[in-house]
Ligand binder design. Structure first.
Ligand SMILES: Nc1ncnc2c1ncn2[C@@H]1O[C@H](COP(=O)(O)OP(=O)(O)OP(=O)(O)O)[C@@H](O)[C@H]1O
Ligand SMILES: C[C@@](O)(CCOP(=O)(O)OP(=O)(O)O)CC(=O)O
Length: 397
């Protein structure tokens, strides 16, 4: 935290936070108010060089109430129960510090001015809420100089958006569902840091920039209420998948990682289809991506790519760096004219021939994919000195 200006100081702290894409999906709440999940989940935090939220939290007695959030240059409400739960938990932790040490400035009593920017489309199924809430919590925790570790802070982020708790850590991250009624054991856990398995990559085929029609929050509530498959998924399918996934990560066994990833995505979307009324997050473009991945695995004679889909049609395809030509090459041939290939990773990959069996699916992808993102496993939130609020307390350009 740093303070600018003497009389009425502007206190500021800034952070970036990663997007995470789950390989075992969170879907269903056992307690909607505390945002407690029915099942555990596991994700990969992605490289912030490619996808990140940058947030500055500031407070000052020169600000007027209420607290404000500016997201991508537009005002965003903080009035909902979820952001309010996060803000009051963080203020309570700061006021504990202030009570213990009366010499500390009483930041917990000052209005907050938060400015944030996502370098990717917001609310298009690219987990913006996860990176967004993780950055919000981390930036305010840094502003308040809270001593709590990321796992403890994940308890707060979870109340903003469930998947956000996993973005407080880098690498391979689990969110244990926990069993306590108050949610005190429902938090993020580091399964393995990025350094354990740094060669994991992700090719994201952005199939939609549109805001989705059924939000994750609403969709999972309807699934809990109406799906018959849901109970088996939560009680049988996911616990077995979590065990298999943790083993696959520990052993850096990509084939197992991929099998579990694809099966879990299929299981989650089957549960959505089993909801009344049914929820369709995947579209023809998504299904073409599945076929393309199946075909390239068949050609390789082993599993070298794994698809997964969140609550939207975008495909995330995990693969290892050593297989980049075989996995990404055919997509580059078909989608080379789309935005997203110019970065270091995309430029290094050659154009592979499109196999005959891929011609139809690649044509579908060509018409349905708007851009690609090449990224990989990354680190957790990082404190930065670049502030989005200037020394006078105004949003910086
Ligand atoms: N940088 C940010 N800071 C604070 N809140 C954010 C930020 N970015 C996104 N959000 C919040 O998250 C909301 C979008 O969440 P939503 O769940 O609809 O989409 P998504 O996260 O992209 O998709 P999904 O979670 O299903 O993958 C935004 O409307 C906003 O309220
Ligand atoms: C399909 C998912 O991406 C669902 C994410 O749901 P959210 O975390 O957005 O839901 P809320 O807790 O209601 O905010 C799967 C996942 O990320 O695990």
């Amino acid at each position: 935290m740093e303070a600018a200006g003497a009389e009425k100081p502007i206190y500021r702290a800034s952070t970036t936070a990663p997007v995470n894409i789950a390989v075992i999906k969170y879907w269903g709440k056992r307690d909607p108010k505390l945002n407690l999940p029915t099942n555990s989940s596991l994700s990969v935090s992605l490289d912030q060089a490619d996808l990140r939220t940058h947030t500055t939290a500031s407070c000052s007695s020169s600000y007027s109430s209420p607290d404000t959030l500016t997201l991508n240059s537009k005002p965003e409400s903080l009035e909902g129960a979820r952001p309010q739960a996060c803000l009051s938990s963080l203020r309570a932790l700061r006021s504990e510090l202030e009570e213990k040490d009366p010499s500390l400035p009483k930041l917990s009593t000052l209005p907050l001015r938060i400015v944030s920017s996502n370098n990717f489309p917001t609310a298009a199924g690219l987990a913006s809420s996860a990176a967004g809430f993780a950055a919000l919590i981390r930036a305010i925790a840094d502003l308040y100089e809270l001593p709590q570790d990321p796992t403890t802070l994940s308890l707060i982020a979870r109340q903003g958006s469930g998947s956000a708790c996993r973005s407080l850590l880098g690498g391979y991250v689990a969110w244990d569902h926990g069993t306590e009624a108050d949610g005190s054991d429902s938090k993020a856990r580091l399964v393995a840091p990025k350094s354990h398995w740094p060669s994991m990559r992700a090719l994201i085929l952005v199939a939609s920039h549109e805001k989705k029609d059924v939000s994750s929050t609403a969709g999972m509530q309807t699934t809990v209420q109406t799906s018959q498959l849901f109970k088996t998924r939560a009680e049988v399918v996911v616990p077995a998948a979590m065990e298999a996934m943790e083993k696959a990560i520990a052993e850096k066994d990509f084939e197992s990682f991929a099998k579990v990833t694809m099966r879990d995505s299929d299981s989650f979307h089957a549960t959505c289809l089993d909801t009344t009324p049914p929820i369709f997050y995947m579209n023809d473009t998504s299904r073409a991506a599945i076929r393309a991945v199946e075909n390239l695995n068949k050609r390789a004679g082993k599993i070298i790519a794994a698809y997964t889909f969140d609550a939207g049609p975008n495909a995330v395809i995990y693969y290892l760096h050593e297989n980049r030509e075989a996995v990404v090459g055919p997509f580059k041939r078909a989608l080379g004219e789309k935005e997203g290939w110019l970065g270091q990773q995309g430029a290094a990959i050659g154009y592979a021939e499109i196999a005959q069996e891929d011609e139809i699916v690649m044509a579908k992808l060509k018409s349905g994919v708007s851009r690609v993102i090449l990224t990989g496993v990354g680190e957790g939130p990082v404190s930065v000195q670049e502030h989005l609020v200037d020394e006078q307390g105004n949003p910086a350009d």
